[in-house]
Design a protein around this ligand. Sequence first.
Ligand code: ACO
Length: 320
Amino acid sequence: MGFSIIGTGKSVPGHVVTNEMLSRFLETNDEWISSRTGIKNRNVITDETLLGLASEAAEAAVSDAGISVADIDMIVVSTLQGDFVSPALSCLVAQKIGSSADKVFDINMGCCGFVFALDLADTYLSAGKAECVLVVCAESLSKLVDWTDRSTCVLFGDGAGAVVLKKSDNKAEIITKIEGGYENLYIPGRMGNSPYAVKKDGSEYLAMNGREIFKFAVSSIVEDIGTVLENNSLSCEDVSYFLLHQANLRIINFSRQRLGQPEEKFPHNVENYGNTSSASIPILLDDLNKQGMLKKDDLIVFSAFGAGLARGTCLIKWGR
Ligand code: ACO
């Protein structure tokens, strides 16, 4: 048993921020950002809520799947931080789209959230505990980065991507791994206002050692793609598309070159959206789906890396 992705959707905020706009208040420029990352634009939340983006992406995926919301019996939402600490964003999404699914979860797996959510869904589908799962990845990194830190804030964007999964005979191969350690990538927790807590100095925003994450990303992607293909007696040549976490075009190109594959098999949209964390792969998948680029029985690989340090790679067969 496995699953088929039968619908995709996305939603991004209306405000587009160009590299030139960033250079008006940061010591940066389009040349640096474009050449180091490939990013040109990103969408940033102004008056939207993450719940609004997540629900729009979910409804688009349900519509694309040609099913009714009533068919969904499980919802997994991947987010670093919803609009509220509690209740979970998945509960709010269920209510907003009119779903009566009773198995709902939020997961906080950073940029790997989509692959970890697929693994969770696959487990429930295979165990017969669900028939039709909605996975929504919704992220608002603009609230988590320091907008005075040019080395991080230029990299990220906000958005949501969603897929509908249905139980099928298409077996998915998914590997997830955790290496532990937070020093190279973390977002501090809230301090709270307990009168007993000893306050510590330091930023409350995302901190990253970009060079270490770059090396971790390329080595994980190449190794894990090799493993999922070997486990299925396949080679890169059998795969139609490799959809990597959209963090940096140079990471995508380094990985592609190490795997000896042509550019057209590594589609990307990081130039349009920046790094939207766990939403990046489902947003890219929706773009390809809506452009009619995916054919029945195409083999597709998703591969992501991020805070944890976590890594996850998934091989699926496309088809409804
Ligand atoms: N504009 C201009 N100059 C800048 C900027 C900027 N926006 N940011 C940094 N610089 C400067 C630095 O200050 C440094 O200057 P110095 O040499 O005078 O000290 C110089 O540019 C080089 O900085 P590096 O950090 O060495 O640049 P590098 O080539 O490594 O690129 C980058 C940095 C783009 C962050 C890269 O390391 C990277 O992409 N790493 C991976 C990050 C990633 O993928 N994160 C996503 C996973 S985490 C998640 O998704 C939540």
